[in-house]
Ligand binder design. Structure first.
Ligand SMILES: [Zn+2]
Length: 102
């Protein structure tokens, strides 16, 4: 059964000012492998401990929200599909900038 609320990791990018490294070869299962790994282009830390902890918190919060909704008897979204309503970007300092869709 899919979750009603989920955080989906779709890319990893370097936060270094002049680096444009990005990979889409990452997902929720593999993202934590990037913890404290160097960027292949510039050597900067790709997933700092601060961002790792923030991301783990986001994943846990989404699971808790899904469990809460399930406890309220809400098992499916009205459309039956997963709907993206926001995107978040992490800044390497444990901060997540969330941009909600219109
Ligand atoms: Zn880099």
């Amino acid at each position: 059964m899919s979750k009603l609320v989920a955080v989906k990791v779709t890319y990893m990018q370097c936060d270094a000012k002049d680096c444009d490294y990005i990979t889409h070869d990452v997902n929720n299962d593999t993202v934590f492998d990037y913890r404290n790994k160097p960027c292949p282009k510039c050597g900067e830390n790709l997933l700092t401990d601060a961002d790792w902890e923030a991301l783990a918190g986001h994943l846990k919060a989404a699971d808790m929200m899904s469990d809460f909704l399930k406890g309220c008897g809400i098992e499916n979204s009205p459309s039956g599909k997963m709907v993206e309503f926001a995107r978040g970007e992490m800044d390497g300092k444990g901060n997540t900038i969330i941009k909600f869709k219109d």
